[in-house]
Design a protein around this ligand. Structure first.
Ligand SMILES: Nc1nc2c(c(=O)[nH]1)N[C@H]1C(S)=C(S)[C@@H](COP(=O)(O)O)O[C@H]1N2
Ligand SMILES: [Mo]
Length: 218
């Protein structure tokens, strides 16, 4: 500390924050050691995980339906979806099967912009996601609305491939990746929580990797 400024608890922590770059970008700069949630290991490749059915959806047949407790229910075809504001997000993937993958660049429609369009009613507290392969998964509206949430059409600058959920998948990176529905076709806004596919099969209703919420009994 310089000159005559007395050292206090606050100056000490502020200096540490400066060294860590905390608050610089509006995001906490995690050190490499606390970037990996408990029980996870890092991979460089990108594994494919799903129920084994990878639907092939022609652009002319594709639609995203948004129903339930919203002021403005919509059914968007592919062109209407692409006309929504476009965003880009950088985030890490954490799969419940213990692999994590850092720094994935996504492009698409942020969940914020989608919520601006459909305007959830006050009673909307949860969303249920339904995909073209019949997969379902649930999450609280607040988690769906997270700053990093995106309905992604691109990964690393390229159209999302079919095995990873193309033409469009959800990405909610602060929860285990099973919440990030591939081939998304419908979003229901609900007043109460309902279990999706894995949640009915022993997996956690929320699935926060930082609290290691893998299974229902955790
Ligand atoms: N529609 C659909 N979405 C899905 C799944 C699925 O089977 N069907 N599997 C989930 C699981 S368990 C994981 S780990 C991720 C895997 O995404 P990836 O194959 O792109 O890595 O997708 C999630 N989203
Ligand atoms: Mo998974």
């Amino acid at each position: 500390m310089s000159d005559n400024v007395p050292e206090t608890k606050l100056t000490v922590s502020k200096r540490r924050w400066a060294e860590e770059g905390k608050f610089l970008t509006g995001k906490i700069t995690r050190s490499e050691t606390d970037r990996l949630p408990p029980g996870q290991h890092l991979v460089k490749n990108w594994p494919v995980l799903d129920l084994g059915q990878q639907p092939r959806i022609q652009p002319a047949e594709w639609a995203l339906q948004i129903i339930g407790a919203v002021e403005n229910p919509v059914k968007l075809d592919w062109d209407a979806f692409l006309r929504l504001p476009q965003s880009s997000k950088l985030s890490d993937i954490h799969c419940v099967t213990t692999w994590s993958r850092y720094d994935n660049r996504w492009q698409g429609v942020s969940t914020h912009d989608l919520l601006d369009l459909v305007m959830p009613k006050p009673e909307a507290k949860f969303v249920m996601l339904t995909s073209y392969d019949g997969y379902t998964t649930n999450l609280p509206l607040g988690d769906f609305a997270s700053e990093d949430g995106i309905l992604a059409t691109h990964w690393e600058g390229e159209p999302l491939t079919r095995d990873h959920g193309g033409p469009m998948r959800l990405v909610i990176p602060h929860l285990y990746f099973w919440k990030s529905a591939k081939w998304l076709r419908r979003i229901d806004f609900l007043p109460g929580d309902q279990a999706g596919f894995w949640e009915r099969n022993g997996y956690h209703m929320l699935g926060d990797p930082w609290r290691e919420q893998r299974y229902t009994h955790d």
